[in-house]
Design a binder for this molecule. Structure first.
Ligand SMILES: C[S@@+](CC[C@H](N)C(=O)[O-])C[C@H]1O[C@@H](n2cnc3c(N)ncnc32)[C@H](O)[C@@H]1O
Length: 263
């Protein structure tokens, strides 16, 4: 993927200088934007990382533009703090001090909830295959202020690795994370999810495989959790116990390690 760095139009001299130095330090080409449209640069580059007065954005040649956002985490966190049931947390069963691996980080909304629960003694790691999404996440997580100190601190504690999930899992020792999570892009479309379309443009579209699930089971100490469309065959194909939620189009499923070992 050919990637270069630029800035938004009419950005201050200071902002342009920041982007230029950043590009030099990370080894990306820097293109001087001026007041011109970005159009011509897409003959040379697939993606532009754009430094704006609000932080980093990514744009592709079709005009899709994307920036980090915490997604559903803000309202899920507020509802969780009010004592409401949080289906993801019910599925992963994390405790303070636990370690959690999301093999499909995206913008880390689920990791953020996990990070709140496992706290400073715990560990949350997310693997993301798309270089664009991992760049936006990693660069934004340190700058982000989610206006809720506990949530902002939880975001900063997430460790993001840009890699293919299976390749990453193969490098991990047996039982090295309490819970391993699998949440690839849905094959079935969920039309009401407004950010989903743009996320899909920049995301890796891999679907779950037997080897991916087997490796997750080897690396998990207690439980492997999957999220999928309610009608997906992944639950029965790979032996996940599907948690039925009548009001939601996506369901969680889990396999417990002890039960797996006993069968
Ligand atoms: C549905 S999103 C995950 C959302 C995430 N759980 C959250 O809470 O925001 C799926 C993500 O998995 C990533 N992905 C797909 N295949 C992958 C793979 N083989 N390895 C790592 N990440 C992958 C996609 O790029 C996408 O960002």
């Amino acid at each position: 993927m050919r990637i270069a760095i630029t800035t938004s139009a009419k950005l201050s001299e200071e902002g342009r200088q920041y982007a230029k130095t950043f590009a030099e330090q990370l080894g990306y080409p820097y293109v001087e934007r001026g007041d011109e449209s970005l159009h011509k640069w897409f003959k040379q580059y697939d993606i532009l990382y754009i430094w704006t007065s609000h932080g980093w954005e990514a744009q592709n040649g079709e005009g899709y533009r994307y920036a980090y956002h915490p997604g559903t985490a803000m309202f899920r966190y507020k509802r969780f703090k009010q004592g409401d049931i949080e289906p993801f947390l019910t599925a992963v069963q994390l405790q303070p001090g636990d370690s959690f691996l999301d093999t499909t980080l995206g913008f880390g909304a689920d990791c953020l909830m996990a990070s709140v629960v496992v706290g400073v003694r715990g560990k949350v790691m997310g693997v993301e295959k798309s270089p664009v999404l991992s760049f936006l996440f990693q660069q934004s997580q340190q700058l982000a202020d989610l206006r809720l100190p506990e949530l902002t601190a939880a975001l900063k504690r997430i460790e993001c690795v840009e890699q293919d999930a299976l390749a990453f899992l193969k490098l991990q020792q047996d039982n090295s994370f309490d819970v391993v999570y699998l949440d690839p892009m849905f094959e079935e479309s969920i039309e009401e999810a407004t950010n989903f379309k743009t996320h899909k443009v920049f995301a890796a579209g891999d679907t779950l495989s037997k080897e991916w699930v087997q490796e997750a089971l080897r690396v998990a100490k207690r439980r492997v959790v999957v999220k999928a469309h309610y009608s997906s065959s992944v639950f029965s194909d790979y032996g996940f116990e599907q948690q039925i939620r009548k009001t939601s189009k996506f369901h969680f499923g889990f396999i417990d390690k002890e039960l797996e070992a006993g069968t």
